[in-house]
Design a binder for this molecule. Structure first.
Ligand code: HEC
Ligand code: HEC
Ligand code: HEC
Ligand code: HEC
Ligand code: HEC
Ligand code: HEC
Ligand code: HEC
Ligand code: HEC
Ligand code: HEC
Ligand code: HEC
Length: 309
């Protein structure tokens, strides 16, 4: 009784599964099921692939379903016993053709709106350099390798930056490159005129990526420190890592401030640029070198125009 029940279940499962795999054939399409006979390893795990959705839904036309959705019509390949190559062999495609194949379905995805203009595309780094459809090592996003290792495989120098004394904890696994970058490209920065995109992923659609996490620096403040808004966080901070505390661009805080507040040329007291430090500030006095000891709200203040509180 029990065995019969089990058998029945197995049978109905097998029937269900075969119905799923049996995509409508014709028009040079062979359907998914037949591929499994000669490519068992790939086919057996394919139900876990997000691209199995097209098979499961049974609503897509053959040219958008399963294996042949990417590899193109396979009837000739099948009939010839694999001698005639499949319509689309990724191993024989150049970068542009690979990208074109993926974008047949993924062109409308918002995160990839800038893919064709991205620095990666321009350097012939395309989908399959980062994603592996059949041999992915990450459960999410079908990445060819764990994300940081993937990026470091080409951007070796960046690993060292994240090992400097002050750094964002990317190498420790607390953060990902994609917290700040969109590897598919992005619009040019809106927070700094004429800036390169650096493929940064804006926070709140148009703002500096840093603000997504450091929300307390977002303001708006009654008294803004112009440089925070206009030049952005990276005017004073490195973003990956730094040998200086707090990811600062200069080892000592006052040299950082004086790079702008130096009173040079008309960039002085004529109200035509950055204000020089006050006459009361004797920079030979070590007390005055610790600018942020007094100007504590350096990112902007709601109560004091000089950021003293
Ligand atoms: C009768 C056996 C058979 C069937 C059925 C079959 N293939 Fe193949 N396929 C082969 C053989 C043989 C090769 C060549 C193997 C090699 O060179 O490694 C191959 C190679 C491939 C390749 C690699 C091409 C390359 O060079 O990058 C792809 C992709 C492929 N098949 C897809 C499919 C798809 C999709 C189906 C179902 C529509 C399918 N195959 C059905 C036998 C078959
Ligand atoms: C989302 C697109 C996509 C789908 C769907 C897809 N493939 Fe592939 N396939 C690729 C890409 C891309 C490659 C090239 C390998 C690479 O660069 O990662 C590939 C490579 C292959 C190869 C060459 C050997 C290998 O391991 O790389 C075979 C065989 C193959 N696919 C068979 C299949 C079969 C069978 C199915 C359906 C069960 C299928 N593919 C579904 C994109 C796809
Ligand atoms: C330089 C490496 C790289 C390239 C090139 C690349 N991707 Fe990605 N892709 C990633 C990473 C990393 C993620 C994970 C993003 C995250 O963690 O938010 C991802 C995520 C995705 C996702 C799922 C999440 C989302 O954003 O919708 C899709 C779909 C995707 N990529 C498709 C593509 C396609 C299609 C191409 C080619 C046109 C491509 N990718 C090119 C690295 C890349
Ligand atoms: C026939 C249409 C089609 C083609 C061609 C196609 N995809 Fe997809 N892809 C899909 C669908 C549908 C999904 C599932 C989206 C969802 O989960 O809602 C998907 C999901 C993905 C994901 C997201 C995985 C995740 O975990 O969220 C990645 C990455 C991806 N595709 C990469 C690629 C790459 C790389 C290629 C080219 C080799 C490609 N796709 C070609 C239809 C396609
Ligand atoms: C296959 C190699 C490769 C992989 C993998 C790769 N990149 Fe790139 N990346 C490049 C190349 C080549 C360029 C363009 C030339 C340059 O500026 O170095 C580039 C450019 C960039 C840029 C823009 C640099 C600029 O000057 O504007 C950023 C940001 C970037 N990559 C981030 C990433 C991230 C994040 C990842 C991982 C998700 C990644 N890359 C994975 C090769 C790669
Ligand atoms: C905390 C946010 C953040 C994280 C995390 C991050 N980046 Fe960046 N990255 C930036 C910013 C901002 C820039 C723009 C350059 C600048 O002004 O510092 C940049 C610039 C770059 C550049 C081009 C500029 C150059 O010459 O160095 C590359 C390449 C790059 N990042 C790769 C990566 C890789 C790879 C990872 C992950 C290992 C990563 N980034 C993680 C924020 C980040
Ligand atoms: C995904 C969230 C996230 C993003 C985006 C982010 N940060 Fe951070 N940041 C953190 C966390 C978490 C810390 C806490 C310290 C740590 O991880 O060691 C931190 C620490 C810092 C510190 C203090 C470092 C120290 O030594 O005390 C500075 C400065 C900083 N971030 C600046 C930036 C800048 C500039 C950007 C944009 C380029 C940025 N952050 C983007 C999460 C983020
Ligand atoms: C005008 C230079 C300047 C700009 C622009 C700037 N910072 Fe800072 N930031 C500093 C200085 C100086 C310190 C160190 C303060 C101290 O040690 O007393 C600091 C410290 C920090 C810290 C660590 C201490 C804390 O207050 O949490 C974080 C996080 C931080 N900044 C994030 C940001 C972000 C995000 C932006 C962009 C919105 C930004 N900074 C723009 C000068 C700047
Ligand atoms: C990237 C250039 C830049 C850097 C670096 C910078 N500032 Fe500023 N700062 C400005 C600009 C621009 C203004 C606004 C001037 C104006 O409103 O005319 C300003 C305004 C100020 C003001 C208000 C002055 C007033 O009368 O409104 C103080 C105080 C100040 N900064 C202190 C500092 C300190 C302390 C540092 C170092 C931690 C620093 N700044 C670093 C560009 C900079
Ligand atoms: C001991 C506390 C203290 C330190 C340290 C300090 N300041 Fe000030 N700062 C003040 C006070 C109080 C004022 C307003 C009164 C004045 O003008 O003296 C001021 C005013 C300013 C102004 C506005 C000047 C004007 O004319 O509107 C700037 C710019 C400034 N400081 C920059 C700096 C810089 C850069 C440093 C580091 C080199 C620094 N401060 C260090 C207390 C300090």
């Amino acid at each position: 009784m029990l065995t019969r029940l089990r058998c029945g279940r197995l049978l109905s499962f097998a029937f269900f599964a075969s119905a799923l795999f049996a995509a409508p054939a014709g028009n040079g399409f062979a359907g998914n099921q037949v591929c499994a006979t000669c490519h068992p390893e790939i086919s057996e795990t394919f139900f876990r692939n997000p691209h199995f959705k097209s098979v499961a839904s049974r609503k897509e036309p053959p040219d958008k379903t399963g294996c042949e959705g990417c590899h193109g019509p396979g009837a000739e390949h099948v009939e010839s016993g694999g001698v005639k190559p499949i319509a689309r062999r990724f191993s024989h495609l150049n970068a542009a053709a690979v990208q074109g194949a993926c974008l047949e379905c993924h062109a409308k995805d918002v995160p990839r709106a800038n893919i064709r203009a991205s620095e990666h595309t321009r350097a012939d780094v395309v989908c399959t350099n980062c994603h592996s459809i059949h041999h992915s090592t990450t459960p999410k996003f079908l990445l060819a390798r764990r994300q940081t290792e993937l990026c470091y495989s080409c951007h070796q120098g960046v690993r060292g930056q994240f090992e400097e004394p002050s750094h964002h904890r990317v190498n420790e696994g607390a953060m990902n490159c994609s917290d700040c970058h969109n590897p598919h490209g992005s619009f040019a920065a809106t927070w700094r005129m004429g800036a390169e995109s650096d493929m940064l992923k804006p926070a709140f659609d148009t703002e500096q990526p840093c603000l997504r996490c450091h929300i307390d620096k977002r303001g708006p403040f009654v008294f803004e420190h112009a440089s925070v808004r206009v030049e952005g966080c990276t005017a004073c901070h490195f973003s990956h890592g730094s040998t200086n505390t707090r990811l600062l661009r200069r080892p000592v805080v006052f040299t950082l401030c004086l790079s702008c507040h130096n009173g040079a040329g008309t960039f002085g007291r004529e109200n035509s640029g950055v204000i020089a430090t006050s006459n009361s500030h004797n920079l030979l006095d070590p007390r005055y070198q610790r600018c942020t000891m007094c100007h504590v709200r350096i990112h902007g203040s709601n109560s004091d125009p000089l950021f003293l509180r």
